[in-house]
Design a protein around this ligand. Structure first.
Ligand SMILES: C[S@@+](CC[C@H](N)C(=O)[O-])C[C@H]1O[C@@H](n2cnc3c(N)ncnc32)[C@H](O)[C@@H]1O
Length: 255
């Protein structure tokens, strides 16, 4: 699996993020070497990233993304032989952008390590409803044929457990085939049965041709069953802005 490094602008387009969306507590999972959290931090946005690689590589991840450029170029040239990812002029431009984004990631994870939490789906180390909005790009569905339907189901429920309001996922297509994840509708029905509504929305971003759609899960009515309660090691690395804001007389950061 590629560790990619998309930018804040790509996340904004991929997940149709409005200024209002960005004024919430956000989780990016999996964060990879993306610069979303780093660039969000510069804008005063309260965002945290989680990825299983942060348990091992942390700062080195950005460096790895940079150093792997030549290997990645060959791989991407093979994997994207029948299309040009539309956000980028060509594969070299993609490598150039990901390298620049990975540098931002590397500087931020060194400066604000508490914003980057080691966590492996389908079990994240956060209490229920820790984030208002959860963004998940290029893992669930995208690697669906390699990870299996049971993993997708468990991962979706786990992302919904830690989201107070919404989970947004991109893309809905399988990376290897470019086709929509075959069990998508079945999983949506199962989520509906658990109290999680969903809708598919078009967005102004494509990586593979025709993949410009995200899935939005509405989590406000979902309560995870006790069996999937957060593990004893649950962490809350940064302050819970929305909970503080709800307290009488509380002053929100930046106000
Ligand atoms: C293709 S990258 C996407 C990164 C970022 N969202 C982006 O678009 O640039 C996929 C990431 O998923 C992470 N990953 C794979 N399996 C995971 C799991 N079970 N739980 C958490 N992260 C996982 C990998 O370490 C990798 O960083």
């Amino acid at each position: 699996m590629l560790v990619s490094a998309r930018s804040f602008a790509e996340y904004r387009a991929m997940f149709a993020l409005t200024d209002r969306d960005l004024d919430q507590r956000i989780l990016d999972c999996p964060g990879g070497a993306a610069s979303f959290v780093a660039e969000a931090g510069r804008r005063g946005i309260d965002a945290v990233a989680a990825d299983r690689e942060y348990a091992v590589h942390r700062v080195e991840l950005g460096l790895l993304v940079e150093r792997e450029s030549r290997f990645k170029r060959e791989l991407l040239l093979q994997e994207t032989a029948d299309f040009t990812p539309s956000w980028y002029a060509d594969t070299d431009d993609l490598i150039r952008q990901w390298t620049a984004n990975a540098r931002l990631f590397r500087a931020d994870i060194a400066a604000r390590p508490e914003r980057y939490v080691a966590g492996e789906l389908p079990e994240l180390p956060f209490p229920e409803s820790s984030f208002d909005l959860v963004l998940s790009s290029h893992l669930v569905f995208s690697y669906g044929n390699r990870l299996g339907e049971e993993f997708q189901r468990a991962a979706l429920l786990e992302l919904a457990r830690v989201a107070r309001r919404e989970v947004r996922l991109f893309p809905l297509t399988v990376y290897d085939t470019g086709e929509r994840y075959p069990a998508l509708e079945r999983l949506r029905e199962e989520l509906a049965g658990a109290g999680i509504g969903s809708r598919v929305e078009r967005v102004a971003y494509e990586f593979q041709p025709g993949d410009g759609e995200m899935l939005v899960l509405s989590c406000a009515g979902y309560r995870a069953p006790p069996a999937t309660a957060p593990p004893a090691t649950a962490v809350d690395p940064v302050r819970w802005r929305h909970r503080e804001a709800a307290r009488p007389g509380a002053v929100r950061p930046g106000e």
